[in-house]
Design a protein around this ligand. Structure first.
Ligand SMILES: Cc1cc2nc3c(=O)[nH]c(=O)nc-3n(C[C@H](O)[C@H](O)[C@H](O)COP(=O)(O)OP(=O)(O)OC[C@H]3O[C@@H](n4cnc5c(N)ncnc54)[C@H](O)[C@@H]3O)c2cc1C
Ligand SMILES: *[C@@H]1O[C@H](CO)[C@@H](O)[C@H](O)[C@H]1NC(C)=O
Ligand SMILES: *[C@@H]1O[C@H](CO)[C@@H](O)[C@H](O)[C@H]1NC(C)=O
Ligand SMILES: *[C@@H]1O[C@H](CO)[C@@H](O)[C@H](O)[C@H]1NC(C)=O
Ligand SMILES: *[C@@H]1O[C@H](CO)[C@@H](O)[C@H](O)[C@H]1NC(C)=O
Ligand SMILES: *[C@@H]1O[C@H](CO)[C@@H](O)[C@H](O)[C@H]1NC(C)=O
Ligand SMILES: *[C@@H]1O[C@H](CO)[C@@H](O)[C@H](O)[C@H]1NC(C)=O
Length: 502
């Protein structure tokens, strides 16, 4: 996703949660006393941090500060046994907790956690590549940027998300969509096994051959069942020696109709959208030209001649700016899209996001969204940091893999819509922004080719119905799994599953 105009990000120091008068018997003081008891057996006393300390701010800093969870303590675990202790002590104290990886989760249900315990996984950063077996095992806190170099050095690659900063396991357990999914499937399709610390504090191996029910569930609803301390993935030989063709493009407002008509006909499966191509289209406000514009990136897993043939319909529209480059797989996220990954990944911004999964991309909805967003920019100058992204990731391989193989319900999706609201602290544009987002989401859902609004769980805002996230078809089995593995709903803060459905 893309926040092109985030140059004006203000790096607030993360505000620790206010301690309300309503903290129960396990209030902050009791939590601190319990965690700091001698003989707790933490791998190091330094792993604990509390509000007011810089180490606490570091351990709990998030990508968005919109509707955030708050904590009275953080445990920066260094081992699996720390995780087991942390889960056991939080459960026994009846203090809610959240295990965090890359801290890029933005769903507003996370904000229901107040004065909880943060189990910060960021130091579980190991990466080990088995070149012969073509597997990679990572720690539960690894971000995409931590594993690209060692994997590429072994002559291998894997499907990733499109930014360098999110947690790899956090992305995987929702589904893991991205540029190479047309060839390899979802990132969760590449998962072979995971080590999970359960709600009861047991450590189990989860795979096709071990607790296969849970293996099905963690690939699509994985924030609901346990803490993953390590994960093993199938990795792939390089395509074209790992060299991609990437092109950054800008189209002025006057091209909006032809642009959306063209990309809609490409992605809606008339055979011109190859599995190796990915197209990300952003509508945003350009503060130099004072116009709404389309800023896009196309990346192709292959050489330039092949790529240019695949991209031809878009290039024929004569963009005002193009930058055609060859990029190695390991730099795909950081070097493409105008190099804005660094800006997009900045933490501590106000970002509120609404999304819809689109089986078909409607040119009419896109054109109408372009008009509505332009009107919004004109009316609300403080809303000019808001943008729309349409991520058209090829669905070929994702659709080929059986829908029943995992809990992810939206395998038919060809484009993911993100309405990315953003504003500066103190601005009053939030209400108007939300109204715009709800309106656009509704429009796109109506033309999406799905019977109802359908939302990828990791892109969900948090106001959707359970069925719109998990699907009525998958929910009975997911609820049964929740009842088995987390009957007390300790993993309660990321679009939580019920223990019974319907
Ligand atoms: C800039 C940006 C780019 C993105 N790009 C993509 C993309 O290209 N493709 C895509 O599919 N998604 C993408 N996403 C969405 C992403 O999948 C979610 O934000 C995801 O939840 C991030 O995981 P995290 O570990 O960074 O976040 P966190 O906030 O740390 O965690 C999110 C949720 O996952 C759980 N979790 C994280 N790690 C573990 C673990 N080891 N064990 C158990 N639970 C865990 C947490 O408990 C929490 O419920 C993007 C998000 C952002 C902000
Ligand atoms: C907090 O993070 C900053 C920036 O990464 C780092 O320089 C600093 O040493 C960290 N402080 C603590 C106490 O962890
Ligand atoms: C979108 O394109 C159409 C056709 O060129 C044009 O009439 C319209 O003004 C454009 N919209 C905006 C907001 O510029
Ligand atoms: C498919 O879409 C492309 C892009 O708009 C177009 O050039 C081509 O003519 C279309 N092909 C068919 C068979 O409709
Ligand atoms: C864009 O707007 C700014 C501030 O409103 C103004 O200073 C500038 O001249 C405008 N630029 C153009 C190209 O109209
Ligand atoms: C914004 O518009 C200006 C003037 O038309 C153009 O030179 C520039 O490339 C655009 N920038 C972005 C980031 O779109
Ligand atoms: C084109 O993209 C490359 C990276 O892929 C970057 O180094 C270069 O500066 C870009 N050129 C322009 C003119 O934006």
């Amino acid at each position: 996703m893309s926040f092109y105009l985030f140059s004006s990000v203000i790096c607030l120091l993360f505000a620790p949660g206010g301690f309300s008068a309503a903290v129960g018997p396990s209030g902050p003081m009791n939590v601190k006393a319990a965690l700091t008891k001698p003989n707790m057996g933490w791998t190091s006393p330094n792993i604990l941090s509390f509000p007011g300390q810089q180490s606490f701010a570091n351990a709990t800093e998030r990508w968005t500060v919109f509707d955030p969870p708050t904590y009275s303590a953080s445990i920066t675990v260094r081992s699996e046994s720390d995780v087991v202790k942390a889960v056991n002590i939080a459960r026994d104290l009846k203090v809610p907790f959240l295990a965090t990886g890359g801290r890029h989760g933005y769903g507003t249900t996370l904000g229901r956690l107040q004065n909880g315990i943060s189990i910060d996984l960021s130091l579980l950063k190991s990466v080990s590549v088995n070149k012969d077996a073509r597997t990679m095992t990572i720690g539960g806190g690894v971000r995409f940027r931590d594993m690209v170099d060692p994997l590429f050095a072994a002559g291998l690659q894997i499907q990733t998300g499109t930014c360098s900063c999110p947690g790899m396991v956090g992305v995987t357990i929702g589904a893991g969509i991205g540029r190479l999914q047309g060839v390899y499937g979802l990132l969760s399709d590449a998962l072979i096994s995971a080590t999970v610390v359960t709600a009861s504090g047991k450590v189990i191996q989860v795979s096709e051959n071990s607790h296969s029910d849970l293996f099905w569930g963690i690939r699509g609803a994985g924030a609901n069942f346990g803490v993953i301390t390590s994960a093993t993935y199938r990795v792939q030989p390089l395509i074209n020696d790992g060299i991609f063709t990437s092109i950054d493009l800008i189209f002025p407002a006057s091209k909006n109709v032809s642009y959306f008509n063209t990309i809609a006909s490409m992605v809606n499966g008339n055979g011109t959208f190859p599995a190796k191509l990915a197209l990300i289209s952003n509508v945003l406000y350009n503060t130099t030209s004072n116009q709404t514009e389309i800023v896009a990136n196309m990346a192709y897993a292959g050489p330039q001649d092949e790529a240019l043939r695949a991209m031809a319909p878009v290039l024929a529209l004569q963009p005002v700016f193009t930058n055609l480059t060859s990029v190695s797989w390991k730099n795909l996220n950081t070097a493409t899209s105008f190099g804005l990954d660094a800006v997009i990944c900045e933490p501590n911004g106000i970002r509120s996001i609404y999304s819809a999964a689109l089986r078909t991309l409607s040119a009419e909805s896109s054109i109408s969204a372009f008009e509505k967003l332009s009107d919004f920019y004109a009316k609300y100058p403080e809303g000019r940091g808001t943008a729309i992204s349409l991520e058209s990731f090829p669905p070929q391989k994702v659709r080929e893999i059986a829908d029943s193989s995992s809990a992810y319900p939206w395998r038919q999706t060809a484009t993911y819509l993100l309405v990315e609201l953003s504003w500066q602290p103190g601005s009053t544009v939030g209400d108007a922004s939300k109204a715009l987002a709800l309106d656009l989401r509704k429009d796109f859902a109506a033309t999406s080719g799905y019977p109802d609004l359908s939302v990828y769980v990791n892109y969900a805002h948090g106001d959707e119905k359970l069925e719109q996230i998990y699907s009525a078809e998958k929910l009975p089995r997911l609820a049964a799994l929740k009842k088995t593995w987390d009957p007390e709903n300790l993993f309660a803060f990321n679009n939580p599953l019920p223990t019974h459905y319907p």
